[in-house]
Design a protein around this ligand. Structure first.
Ligand code: C5P
Length: 212
């Protein structure tokens, strides 16, 4: 079984995916980390005239075990990820990694931006998890403050809105909501309620598939 979960930054898709993976005992890939790793590896080179080729080289030889998740989950890595994610050859290299992960026996859960549209268009279940920008900024600010990072909600809201806009206009991306995706708006939901709602959607789709 393949479950594809897409949505914007801090929508709750990562937490929901991890909990679904635990529930269904499926391996889970946070595909944003791949782009973040390439962005992070490029952090000193993004102003180089040949930055695109350098990013392609990094994507083609990516080994996630060389990175600490802590370094990849910063706001700066998110901005760099969004930049390298515009390079078609970077996307192509990372697509291979995602397809390998998705093709393992028993299935997998992948979360990202284009899982239901481009990576796994045949996924058994597709969810599109979203929340309004202010709520997403609130969540991200809380997470960063808890880690001791001194940021304000205004700064994070501005970053989230810029990244939303950059991602939406990414000419190499396929960041639209798949026609057969089920929408889940987590704006007013706690983590547990959002997970329960996601689980219900997944179970409904699986039950429908079984009976048809
Ligand atoms: O989901 P996350 O915020 O970690 O993603 C970081 C960035 O990586 C996104 O803003 C997007 O530009 C890029 N990305 C992508 N395709 C994916 C996942 C993430 O282009 N499947």
């Amino acid at each position: 079984m393949i479950i594809a979960i897409d949505g914007p930054a801090a929508s709750g898709k990562g937490t929901i995916s991890k909990k679904l993976a635990q529930h269904f005992d499926l391996p889970h890939m946070d595909t944003g980390l791949l782009y973040r790793a390439v962005g992070y590896a490029m952090r000193d080179d993004l102003d180089q005239p040949n930055w695109e080729q350098l990013a392609i080289d990094k994507a083609q030889s990516l080994d996630l075990s060389h990175f600490h998740e802590h370094d990849l989950t910063t706001a700066e890595a998110g901005v760099a990820a969004s930049k390298v994610a515009r390079v078609p050859e970077v996307r192509a290299a990372l697509r291979e990694v995602q397809l390998n992960f998705a093709s393992q026996a028993g299935g997998a859960i992948l979360d990202g931006r284009d899982i239901g549209t481009r990576i796994c268009p045949e996924a058994d279940v597709k969810l599109y998890v979203t929340a309004d920008a202010f709520t997403r900024a609130q969540r991200r600010t809380k997470q960063l403050n808890a880690r001791g990072v001194d940021v304000t909600i205004d700064e994070i809201l501005a970053q989230i809105e810029k990244r939303d806009a950059d991602d939406k206009n990414n000419p190499a991306g396929a960041f639209f909501i798949a026609e057969d995706a089920h929408l889940l708006d987590t704006t007013k939901l706690s983590i547990e309620t959002a997970f329960q709602a996601a689980l219900e959607l997944v179970n409904d789709v699986l039950a429908q598939k079984k009976s048809s």
